[in-house]
Write a protein that binds this ligand. Structure first.
Ligand SMILES: [Zn+2]
Length: 136
C-alpha cells in the first residue's frame, strides 16, 4: 500500500514538472509581456473559433510542423485571416493569449483556428463562437 501511494505521488510530481517546463506556462509569460502591443484598431466581434494540431488530418500536405509565418507549429498559436497580421496577440477565452502565426485555406472572415499539441485536444475544443477583441 505504502509503495503504491508513493509511486502515485512521484507520478503526479512528474506530470506537474512536465507541465511547468512545457511550452504552455512559458508562452503565457511571454504573452503577458507582449500583450500591450496587441492593440490594433479597436475591432471587437464574434468569431467562429476552431482548433487544429500539427497532424496530417488537420494540416494535410502542410503537416510539416512549420506554420505559414515560418514559426514552428508548437505551443499556443493562432491561424487567422490575412486581415490580422502575423505577430498580433489575441486573448481567447478558454485558451489564453496567443500570437497569430499561421494561415489556413478555410480561415477567412471572422474565423480563427487555434493550435493544440494533440489531435484529441483539438477535437475537445470543437467549435466555439467567441467575442474577440483586436485592440482597444
Ligand atoms: Zn490533428
Amino acid at each position: 500500500m505504502k509503495t503504491t501511494t508513493s509511486v502515485i505521488i512521484v507520478g503526479l510530481f512528474y506530470v506537474l514538472l512536465v507541465w511547468i517546463y512545457g511550452g504552455w506556462v512559458r508562452d503565457d509569460h511571454h504573452a503577458s509581456i507582449k500583450a500591450p502591443q496587441a492593440a490594433q484598431d479597436g475591432r471587437s466581434a464574434v468569431y467562429k473559433v476552431t482548433a487544429y494540431c500539427p497532424c496530417e488530418k488537420c494540416c494535410g500536405a502542410f503537416a510539416d510542423g512549420i506554420t505559414a509565418s515560418g514559426a514552428l507549429a508548437k505551443g499556443k498559436l493562432i491561424a487567422a485571416p490575412k486581415s490580422i497580421p502575423f505577430g498580433t496577440w489575441i486573448e481567447i477565452e478558454g485558451y489564453g493569449w496567443a500570437e497569430v502565426l499561421d494561415r489556413g485555406g478555410s480561415i477567412k472572415g471572422r474565423r480563427l483556428d487555434l493550435l493544440f499539441p494533440t489531435h484529441q485536444e483539438a477535437l475537445n475544443w470543437g467549435v466555439k463562437y467567441l467575442e474577440i477583441n483586436l485592440g482597444d
